[in-house]
Write a new protein. Structure first.
Lengths: 625, 537, 102
């Protein structure tokens, strides 16, 4: 099992050497991850510790804490990282920064595994920041693009803001318990008042990393990075780290903290889903949809079901990575075709695309599969995990009407919108008439790019969650749920009520499915439906939300940045004028005094004598009288 | 043999400097290589010391020779000794000094104006720095402390940039003011302390270790802890602490008295900036830990909230100023102010974590700031322009340089994996814990200080974005031909620093082995002595 | 025998005259002359006070010493003035401003 960390490290160190070595190492680590997963799954947590450093009475250790959640994450991270590595050998071929790219990708995988495996919160924080650094480097990979550099800085800065909260949370926890160790912390049974503050501070870190409201705007910008990076970091793994962290320390959270988390989660989910409806850049649609899905996971955590959140994380990682890689294929092949045909238009803008199903049949199928999972159609993994989340929220909301019902309804609305934007995307890209692409010599990409996509698309079907396509109590959920060590007792899942609710939920999703499949079949009034029934109001709402997103949140950030710079300028002025001025004033005062006294010493000997005699006379007069 | 290791460290550069006086100024090579030789020799001595050092044993490699003994009749006896030694505080600082001075010599290779004078001054500076990190006699410390000023003044005033006179005089005046504060406190201490080892006769001594023991104070003297004089609203002991504190805070520098630093840094030649940032600032922090806190523990406790607040103000204020700077070196200088604020914050907490964090921060900042100033120097050597706005997209032309800059900036930001992170996390923990352990600092200080981290990220990232990313472009009068990547000598000075910053970020234990026993004893001593003294009316 | 205060008054007059010469005259030689006058005034005082102790010769001895010292001083002083005159072509100290900064 330790070899597994080693392989992570090796991949970090050597991947720059040869492009083909990197995926190979990742394959090794993925295989060992599979072995780890197999041995640890459903078993007791596995803990290894080494002393990192000792200071005062505190021993800060570094080690591995492997339980079910982390084993699952390890599998996700290594598998998707491996697939993305393979894919990248095709996608990034010919890029001049390819060695840097692969070394950062390897470093990212290493740091991400660090988060997943770390046994203490401090270590999690360490890797947490390292992941942010890797993300910074990868977003800014094409560094001569000013937008990429700006997006990278923005991403790192937003993360840093969240991390400051994380750090405060760490300090709170340490002051009150004297340890960062997860296993030790898990023994804290009673609910203390500091826990609310501490857990909300930790959640600040999660907001930054998982792009939750109000720190969500960096993620769409982060799409300036290479597409495989978006798939790996900004869809499947890094942004999910927040959800993972919450699931890992769920024993710390108090009911108040959970309520706040749920509200933040659902606000994010709604805002992002609505924004996704009106985006025209294919990667931005996917980014907003990622944020929205993350919001759902966070809501599930807030509703007390980290198992449901982890399940959705698991399925989401596969289908969203698949979607991104498909989008990557579209962008990549169109780019190449453009270079051959010497034309230029924005290949990421879906309004320029259309009818690609004929030219890219493979990608089309893969996109459909992954997209259906995203939309939550039955027989796909997304259906089951979303079902789990909705059920969790339904159980959590209670029978009496309260604000929790609003969350519940909003969650349904979000999944509803998800379907719409997914099919809008599929429709405009692959169906309909060919637009700007008509004359381009588009061909399917090489096998190294198609293979990973195929795997991910296959992984979007229901079988990876459970055998029964309408019931998510498969192998993952059961183990995670029973494997939870501490139930804060917010919700008790009363199974009977729960199953009825689940049926009701499935029924609701069914109905939605008929709508969307109707849309799929009757492509004629899709546009009409868009514009009249859902389109206009949601468009207006969406543009409003997008406006809020751009103007209010970004604007606030800008204004505060300007204010900061202005303050900094003012302080700089203050520094020069007042503080320095005082110093210079003292200096010139002493110069004036010096000039005055200097006039007594003009080098005229006789004047000296005169002064001396005068002094003596004055002295004599003074002493005698 | 190993009894004389410290003297070897101090006097070898002096000896070589004296010999150098008689070598004609034309033999430039001699001066360069003899300085380098001295540095390498010191490195060898340092390795011997590190091998013999026992981490739990307190002060080691002690040398004690009588230096000035003067009978003053009824006033007792004046006794100053040549008393040197290192402990968990001095050892890391000496190691840092030797290492950074070596790097500074390598980066001095480009100096070609009055080579003889430059390298002789560098050697004198070298001796003075190591002397003040090892002296355990207050008079000896003060001597070395003042001794540093002179070479520094000339190094800035002769080899500096355009406004070098202004900067050097500002530096000199500021530091002299601090020295005067320290001198007053030293004289008061000298009057009040007697040497317990000489019975019968009243012997005044400058021994720092004697000064820390409250029983060595002469009763009814100025600073008698049991019955101190009152000057104005405060005890004389509190005044003396404040004098020492401000004296060292100017060197540190703390915010209202920091404005010499940006000017001196901007005008000083690169190697001098490196020494200034990496070593001279540390002497301020070193003085606080070695002299001000243990001698006046109750005053330290009394003022700890004040010190903590000043630290936080330094952090935020320095960060904001760095963001507004248009000059790369000025930005780095202000970031130093911000980082040294963390040292104050950690010290003010008087917890083992906070104190160890402060010392670690001094060490780490020594490495990182040296790296950053070398980075700025590399660019300045090529283009003679440090305005951030005049560059864009440098990463395209200078790939390895950009990589080093990334390392330096992120290390300075306190990214995990670099030494600054370990230091900052320890300081945060110490400062945050302080309220529940000894009630000295409020938690909010640590929380506000985290803003400094965000600011740090903001100004470094913004600089990266403006200077290194985006399309390649130069403004102002910069020749395109002057932009080329690092050469071997520059690699030689940059890489060791980057590796050291990385090493102490991943494996902090080797350094903490030195610091931790000291920090534990220190905080325990200050707290217990401080409490026992305040209980007495 | 004259009463002692006559000598003292004469000496005081001589001393003041010498002082005035030192302060007022610009030429270095005149300044030296003034110094001589002052020395002689003190000599007069010494001899006059010796009247009070006729058995001892301390006053006269001191006066002799002063005369010898004055001779030496005058010799050295004149030599210096001479050299300065040769070098600067002036013997007025105010005109020699080599070391002044402005």
């Amino acid at each position: 099992m330790v070899s597994f960390i080693v392989s992570g490290r090796i991949s970090e160190k050597y991947s720059w050497a040869v492009t083909f070595v990197a995926p190979l190492f990742l394959l090794v680590s993925a295989l060992s991850a599979g072995y780890v997963f197999y041995t640890i799954w459903g078993d007791q947590p596995y803990v290894v510790q080494w002393s990192w450093f000792t200071i005062g009475d505190t021993n800060l250790s570094a080690g591995i804490y492997l339980n079910n959640i982390s084993a699952l994450m390890v599998l996700i991270v290594t598998l998707i990282s491996f697939l993305v590595h393979v894919y990248s050998t095709g996608y990034m071929a010919g890029d001049e920064g390819i060695t840097r790219y692969f070394s950062m990708l390897g470093f990212f995988t290493f740091a991400m595994l660090g988060i997943v495996l770390a046994d203490s919160l401090l270590l999690v924080f360490v890797f947490w920041e390292m992941v942010g650094f890797a993300s910074y480097m990868l977003i800014g990979h094409w560094k001569d693009k000013p937008e990429a550099a700006a997006a990278a800085s923005k991403a790192f800065l937003f993360n840093r803001i969240g991390d400051a909260g994380f750090l405060i949370g760490l300090m709170l926890i340490w002051t009150n318990t004297g340890t960062f160790d997860l296993a030790e912390l898990a023994k804290v049974q009673d609910i203390y008042s500091w826990q609310t503050t501490a857990s909300l501070c930790l959640f600040c870190g999660v907001m930054g990393k998982s792009a939750q409201f109000p720190l969500l705007t960096w993620l769409p910008d982060a799409m300036e990075g290479p597409t495989p990076v978006s798939a790996l970091i900004h869809a499947a793994t890094m942004v999910a780290a927040g959800v993972f962290l919450l699931a890992r320390v769920d024993f710390l959270f108090t009911p108040t903290a959970l309520d706040v988390i749920a509200i933040v989660g659902i606000i994010t989910a709604c805002m992002a889903a609505l924004s996704a409806l009106v985006q025209s850049d294919i990667k931005k649609i996917l980014a907003y949809s990622t944020i929205s899905q993350l919001g759902l996971m966070i809501t599930a955590i807030g509703a007390g079901s980290s198992a449901a959140a982890m399940l959705h994380l698991f399925t989401h990682a596969f289908f969203k990575a698949g979607l991104f890689l498909c989008a990557g294929i579209v962008i990549h092949v169109l780019h190449q075709a453009q270079q051959q045909a010497h034309t230029h238009f924005n290949v990421q803008d879906i309004r320029n695309l259309g009818g690609l199903r004929k030219k890219l049949p493979f990608t089309f199928v893969a996109f459909i599969l992954s997209g259906s999972a995203l939309a939550g159609l039955p027989f796909f993994s997304g259906f089951l995990s979303k079902d789990a989340i909705l059920t969790a929220i339904a159980g959590w909301k209670g029978s009496d009407f309260s604000w929790r019902w609003i969350v519940f309804i909003a969650a349904f609305i979000v999944s509803f919108i998800t379907v719409i934007y997914t099919f809008r995307m599929i429709w405009t890209v692959f169906m309909g008439e060919e637009k700007s692409t008509a004359s381009l010599p588009v061909v399917e990409p090489p096998l190294v790019m198609r293979g990973p996509v195929a795997l991910l698309a296959i992984a979007s079907v229901w079988l990876i969650v459970s055998v029964n396509p309408f019931h998510y109590h498969g192998w993952i959920f059961n183990v995670l749920h029973s494997g939870k060590h501490f139930d804060l007792g917010i919700i008790s899942f009363i199974s009977v009520l729960w199953i009825t609710l689940a049926v009701a939920t499935s029924y609701f999703i069914f109905r939605k499915k008929t709508i969307s499949s109707e849309l799929l079949l009757n492509n004629f009034y899709l546009d009409k439906l868009y514009t009249s029934a859902i389109g206009k109001p949601s468009l207006r709402l969406a543009s409003m939300v997008s406006f809020v997103d751009r103007k209010c949140i970004d604007g606030f950030i800008h204004v505060s940045a300007y204010a900061q710079v202005t303050t900094a300028h003012f302080i700089g002025w203050f520094d020069r004028a007042i503080v320095d001025g005082t110093v210079n004033g003292i200096a010139s005062l002493s110069r004036v005094a010096g000039n005055m006294t200097r006039s007594f010493q003009g080098g005229k000997i006789q004047l000296y004598i005169l002064w001396a005699i005068l002094a003596i006379i004055i002295f004599l007069i003074w002493t005698l009288f | 043999m190993h009894h004389y290791l410290i003297s070897l460290l101090i006097f070898t550069p002096l000896l070589v400097a004296v010999v150098g006086l008689f070598i004609p100024a034309k033999a430039e090579k001699y001066f360069r290589y003899s300085t380098l030789g001295v540095n390498l020799f010191q490195l060898a001595v340092l390795v011997m010391m590190l091998m013999r050092y026992v981490t739990e044993a307190g002060v080691q490699f002690v040398e004690k020779k009588s230096w000035i003994t003067l009978s003053l009749g009824s006033w007792g006896m004046l006794k100053a000794e040549y008393f040197v030694g290192v402990d968990g505080l001095g050892m890391p600082m000496v190691a840092l000094s030797v290492f950074v001075l070596l790097i500074a010599t390598i980066s001095s290779w480009t100096i070609d104006k009055n080579v003889k004078g430059y390298f002789l001054l560098l050697l004198i500076l070298n001796a003075a720095i190591i002397g003040s990190f090892t002296a355990l006699d207050f008079l000896l410390f003060y001597l070395f402390f003042e001794f540093m000023l002179l070479p520094m003044f000339f190094l800035i005033a002769i080899w500096g940039g355009a406004r070098r006179e202004y900067a050097s005089i500002k530096f000199f005046l500021y530091t002299l003011l601090g020295s005067i504060f320290i001198l007053i406190a030293m004289i008061a201490l000298y009057i009040s302390v007697h040497d317990p080892s000489s019975s019968g006769q009243l012997v005044h001594s400058f021994n720092l270790l004697n000064m820390t023991d409250p029983t060595n104070f002469i009763s009814n003297s100025v600073l008698d802890p049991n019955n101190p004089w009152k000057i104005g609203p405060l005890d004389a002991r509190l005044w003396a602490f404040l004098l020492l504190f401000f004296g060292f805070a100017i060197k540190l520098p703390m915010v209202p008295v920091h404005t010499w630093l940006p000017d001196a840094h901007v005008e000083a030649p690169t190697p001098v900036s490196v020494i200034l940032a990496a070593l001279l600032l540390k002497i301020g922090g070193y003085g606080l830990v070695r002299i001000a806190f243990p001698i006046f523990p109750e005053a330290a406790m009394h003022f700890s909230m004040f010190i903590g607040v000043m630290g936080v103000i330094s952090i935020i204020y320095g960060g904001l100023n760095a963001m507004a700077s248009k000059d790369l070196k000025r930005l780095i200088a202000y970031s130093s102010v911000s980082h040294m604020g963390f040292v104050l914050l950690g010290l003010a907490s008087i917890t083992p974590e906070g104190v160890a964090g402060s010392i670690y921060q001094m060490f780490s900042h020594g490495l990182v700031s040296a790296l950053l100033f070398l980075i700025a120097g590399v660019l300045y050597d090529r283009t003679h322009d440090r305005t951030i706005g005049n560059y864009s997209g440098l990463s395209i032309k200078m790939k390895s340089y950009t990589a080093i800059v990334l390392v330096g900036f992120f290390a300075s930001m306190g990214l995990p994996g670099f030494s600054g992170f370990i230091a900052e996390i320890m300081i945060f923990l110490g400062a945050f814990k302080s309220n529940s352990v000894n009630g000295l600092l409020h938690e909010s200080l640590a929380i506000i200080a985290t803003l400094g981290l965000i600011l740090g990220a903001a100004y470094y990232l913004w600089t990266l974005q403006r200077m290194f990313f985006g399309p390649y472009d130069l403004k102002g009068n910069i020749a395109h031909s002057s932009i080329y990547d690092l050469n071997n000598r520059e690699y030689l000075m940059l890489i060791p620093l980057a590796i050291a910053a990385l090493f102490f970020g991943i494996f902090p234990q080797p350094l903490i082995n030195f610091i931790d026993p000291f920090a534990r004893n220190f905080s325990e001593f200050v707290l217990s002595t401080g409490k026992s003294l305040t209980l007495n009316p | 025998m004259f009463p002692i205060h006559h000598f003292l008054l004469l000496a005081a007059f001589l001393f003041c005259a010498g002082l005035l010469v030192i302060i007022v005259k610009r030429n270095a030689i005149m300044v030296l002359l003034g110094i001589e006058l002052m020395l002689n005034a003190s000599n007069l005082n010494l001899v006059a006070f010796n009247q009070l102790h006729p058995a001892q010769l301390g006053g006269q001895m001191f006066a002799l010493f002063v005369i010898i010292v004055a001779v030496c001083e005058a010799a050295v002083g004149l030599a210096i003035v001479l050299r300065i005159y040769q070098y600067y072509q002036t013997s007025v100290p105010d005109e020699i401003s080599e070391l002044r900064d402005s």
